[in-house]
Design a protein around this ligand. Sequence first.
Ligand SMILES: O=C(O)CCC(=O)C(=O)O
Ligand SMILES: [Fe+2]
Length: 348
Amino acid sequence: MTDHITRGRRDTRPLHYAALTDTVQMTVPESDMVRQRCRTIVTRLTGTALHDDRLLYAAEHLATHLPSRLRTKLLTLRDRGNVDGALLIKGLPIGELDDTPHHPSEEPAWWDVPVASLVQLSIMSILGSPISYAEEKAGQLIQDVYPQDGAEQKQENSGSVLLELHTEDGFLRTPPDYLSLLCLRSDHERRAATVACGIRRVLTGIPAEMLAILRRPRFQIAFSSSFVADSQPRWTQPLPVLTGPTDDPNLCVDLHGMVALDDQAEQALNVLQELMEANLVGGVLEPGELLIVDNNSAVHGRTDFTPHYDGRDRWLRRCFVTNNLRRVRADIINGRMLRSRERDTVPG
Ligand SMILES: O=C(O)CCC(=O)C(=O)O
Ligand SMILES: [Fe+2]
């Protein structure tokens, strides 16, 4: 049995990335129109919980007014995927902003950032149903992502060291199918790049014997510290990194929190890591840019940056969706908040 040494404890290193190719740019009139429509929803629903169906369905109806070019891109990502497992939407309205929060107590209610909240929910509703996990960030359906004083070294989105490539919540039985990150504010030096790599981009570079190993249950993932109440290390059962179709597999990996259970598995994971790091796409997100990651076929991470804690720090908002709410309905505690269950062992 492994001694469970995580692989991610290496020095910060530069990551190189190419610009994302699958992008949609909203025009100014399109963006203004969406902003106006958001305003009418806010007038009606301020004070309603984000988990309330009335609000979620209002966001879903709003999606019918998004430009058809954008809707088609989202539908294509949903149905066909793409080689990088990522889509960037630019020029979205985000509305007026206060200071970046420093602490959870300063995080805004959705009606304090209504345009950003509704735009993100509405876009994500084309890909699936928004969900959250009770154990993470109090089950908020849209989560504020900002650097936290004292958390700099953490491999979480509150940290500011290099956040290693990962599948989101890969240790759970029902991880999100897609996640989105909406940028409200970039970091001061514009260094913090969100990066991603799709498995389809690197598949042909992985030798056949390594592919076979990646399909065996010879890996374990540590639960993220945000999911473990007593901060005792907790590990999944052994699981494979790759499952499903040969030419379009599902990927579940965490380059910080995963251990390989033997030397061959470790070698295969190293090969995968090198290939993924050599084939990253991404960029420093600008206000009004929304990055969507297909969590079944791509990993994502973030380069390091320096927080200033002056109210003008980097600020993103994150939202997850499942593409099959029926499958997780028994786990719902409240609204769309799920009790988290550990990933089942999948035979390799
Ligand atoms: O901060 C970022 O760009 C990405 C953070 C991240 O991986 C996440 O919030 O899931
Ligand atoms: Fe993440």
